[in-house]
Design a binder for this molecule. Structure first.
Ligand code: ATP
Ligand code: MG
Length: 260
């Protein structure tokens, strides 16, 4: 689903060159629960921004659902961000003047979803994070853990298949952090892909596997177990018609969905 082939991101600060990502290769499969762990400044957020199509690589290639990101139109990328990916951030990014239910509903309004459908989705998402009874509260009337649960509900309401979370428990105590991790676990059990960024070993090990990042260099152990997955992932059906695999069909239909 997510394949990085030697992706680099380079920042120039005056004379100084910062390689925020240095030939990073990763392979995250559909339905995996993966943590990305590394110290401050190691390139975690840079990586997440590229995975989430909020930023682009300077070198190397990123394949999402088997297709190079360069091949997606701007419109498709915007649709992927809105519908396929649910973002969750350390500082929750809620609108302080809106209630929990308004925060959850807002992206659905932008997506042109009907009012009845919006109401149903808001209810379902807030129930899932056990906050429906607090739906009329604004963020400053809620604890940090509750605010983060609203942010997760907001991400869920768009029904994405990929959740990207950047230090979602970074501002929370351990017990509250655990509640948040339990929600990610149930989202994973529903078949979603979860990529969770953290600097905390205890958080990282709650995922099914961890990818380490250090000074922009990534160590994805799963790439050692199989030979160059990006070669087969990268191939479009027209390039390799004789190697049509079962997942080809779903990938193709997803691709069509992305371009619709
Ligand atoms: N817009 C930018 N301009 C210049 N340098 C940047 C920019 N964004 C990130 N960097 C640099 O790239 C490196 C990686 O930054 P990044 O934000 O990805 O780290 P991080 O692992 O998310 O750190 P933290 O845990 O503190 O959030 C750092 O050295 C940072 O200073
Ligand atoms: Mg960061």
């Amino acid at each position: 689903m997510i394949v990085f082939n030697e992706v680099s991101k380079i920042y120039h600060m005056g004379d100084e060159v910062v390689k925020a990502l240095d030939k990073a290769s990763i392979h995250i499969r559909q339905g995996e629960f993966v943590s990305i762990i590394g110290p401050s400044g190691s390139g975690k957020s840079t990586l997440m921004n590229i995975v989430g199509c909020l930023d682009t690589a300077d070198e190397g290639e990123y394949f999402l659902d088997g297709l190079s990101i360069k091949k997606y139109s701007e419109k498709s990328l915007a649709m992927i961000r809105n519908k396929k990916i649910g973002f969750i951030f350390q500082n929750f990014n809620l609108i302080m003047t809106m209630t929990a239910e308004e925060n959850v509903e807002l992206p659905l309004i932008y997506q042109g979803i009907s009012m009845n459908e919006r109401k149903a989705r808001v209810k379902e998402a807030l129930e899932m994070v056990d906050l429906y009874s607090r739906r009329k509260h604004t963020p400053n009337q809620m604890s940090g853990g509750q605010q983060q649960r609203v942010a997760i509900a907001r991400a869920m309401a768009s029904k994405p298949s990929l959740f990207l979370a950047d230090e979602p428990t970074g501002n929370l105590d351990q017990a509250t952090g655990k509640q948040i991790m339990d929600i990610f676990r149930s989202l994973h059990e529903q078949g979603n892909t979860i990529v969770l960024i953290t600097h905390d070993e205890n958080v990282a090990k709650q995922a099914d596997r961890s990818i380490k990042i250090m000074d922009g260099k990534v160590y994805d152990e799963s790439l050692k177990e199989e030979k160059a997955p990006e070669e087969s992932e990268a191939a479009t059906p027209s390039e390799k018609p004789e190697e049509k695999k079962p997942e080809e069909e779903t990938r193709q239909s997803r691709k069509e969905g992305a371009e619709a």
